[in-house]
Design a protein around this ligand. Structure first.
Ligand code: HEC
Length: 106
């Protein structure tokens, strides 16, 4: 099931990201409500110049942008402070984005 796949694919991300809006202090920004939010949109997180520039341009996370980002994060935002490999499979990227888009996902 795509939902379970998305949840499984998010497991390694949990080392740095939470989907619980109340959880702070992880190495990466909080990802609750990511879809529809501005890039660099966690007010409590100190982003890299690369993501701050994107935020200042008003760029918003939508499904397409997030799937492209997950293929190769640093290619979209050179200078990104997130040294993780992208996901090679389009189906995996879609499943992970669906999981992130679900407000019930935690
Ligand atoms: C080792 C820690 C780490 C891991 C693991 C990690 N990230 Fe990140 N992530 C970060 C950091 C740090 C940033 C902020 C980067 C910056 O400011 O340039 C970030 C930024 C992001 C952003 C942009 C958030 C925003 O507010 O605009 C998204 C989306 C994201 N990560 C998704 C993921 C996903 C999905 C995974 C798992 C596949 C993942 N990350 C794994 C550390 C991590």
């Amino acid at each position: 099931m795509a939902e379970e796949t998305g949840m499984r694919l998010f497991e390694p991300c949990r080392a740095c990201h939470s989907l619980d809006p109340a959880e702070r202090g992880l190495p990466g920004p909080n990802l609750a409500g990511l879809l529809g939010r501005k890039v660099g949109g966690d007010p409590a997180f100190d982003y890299s110049p690369a993501l701050r520039a994107a935020r200042d341009q008003g760029i918003v996370w939508d499904t397409m942008r997030l799937e492209t980002f997950l293929a190769d994060p640093a290619e979209m935002f050179p200078g990104l402070w997130m040294a993780t490999r992208g996901l090679d499979e389009a189906a995996d990227r879609r499943a992970l984005v669906q999981f992130l888009a679900d407000p019930a996902a935690r």
